[in-house]
Design a binder for this molecule. Structure first.
Ligand SMILES: Cc1cc2nc3c(=O)[nH]c(=O)nc-3n(C[C@H](O)[C@H](O)[C@H](O)COP(=O)(O)O)c2cc1C
Length: 236
């Protein structure tokens, strides 16, 4: 296992570090800016290694609902299946995966002050998040170290399991803890039946989009993230 020097670690963590610092010179201020022309972007991040499957589909429902909240909102789905994320780099060691990964490509897309809300979606694996999700969350310490680049962005969490009560809520909670540490503003589903996030069942007959209860939670989460993102941005 190869040690990563401090200099390399910072470079690998945020190769686009200069760009991040320029874009998010004052993340707290930029995320709470009150310009009526502010860009309000909501990003959903699918942490399934299976591209385009149930987690991504459910996140698409979140984004569709978020986009309906205001015509000022734009949305984007990012699938981590397209990226190599080496969680070891968070600890300053490369491990067998080497000292380069694709995390720096994500940095400008997440740290952009126009991104006001991020919805993290993960499959449930043995009652917890996917290893890809954990690697990403650990790797995101680079954003924390770069002047809290995610600070004051709104966050919501979705978990998708193969069974109805397969551990979605504990999984959501575990992801939320990491996002709290990033100074993100966590929201749940809001009214009328407040829950901590979107709890999705991929085993529904006809596929995940036929999971009526889960879709209710996905829509509610998307709406809530959008509403709070608008409020934080000072846009009505
Ligand atoms: C290693 C592994 C462990 C799993 N553990 C659980 C589990 O604890 N609870 C559950 O409801 N589903 C579990 N599943 C099923 C997945 O959560 C389910 O297939 C989900 O739809 C995967 O998301 P995706 O379709 O976006 O890839 C597991 C799947 C795998 C591969």
């Amino acid at each position: 296992m190869k040690n990563v020097t401090r200099r390399n670690f910072v470079r690998n963590s945020v190769t686009a570090g200069a760009a991040v610092t320029a874009m998010a010179a004052s993340p707290a201020a930029s995320a709470s800016g009150g310009s009526p022309d502010a860009r309000i972007k909501i990003v959903a991040l699918s942490c399934s290694p299976r591209k385009g499957k149930s987690t991504a589909a459910a996140l698409g429902v979140c984004l569709q609902t978020a986009g309906q909240v205001s015509d000022k909102i734009e949305t984007e789905l990012i699938e981590l299946a397209d990226f190599r994320i080496n969680g070891n780099l968070a600890a300053g060691v490369s491990g067998p995966e080497g000292d380069q990964d694709d995390f720096p490509k994500l940095v400008p897309r997440l740290a952009d002050p126009g991104v006001r809300g991020i919805i993290v979606g993960t499959p449930v694996y043995f009652g917890g998040m996917s290893s890809l999700c954990k690697a990403f969350l650990d790797r995101a310490i680079a954003l924390w170290q770069d002047n809290f680049a995610l600070s004051n962005k709104v966050a919501g969490v979705l978990a998708c399991g193969g069974t109805r009560n397969g551990g979605q809520e504990v999984t959501i909670h575990a992801v939320q803890v990491s996002l709290f540490c990033q100074e993100m503003i966590l929201v749940g589903n809001g009214r009328p039946g407040p829950r901590i996030g979107a709890t999705i069942w991929s085993g529904a007959e006809g596929g995940v989009l036929k999971d009526e209860f889960g879709m209710t939670t996905a829509k509610a989460l998307g709406r809530r993230v959008a509403e709070v993102a608008l409020r934080v941005a000072g846009v009505s």
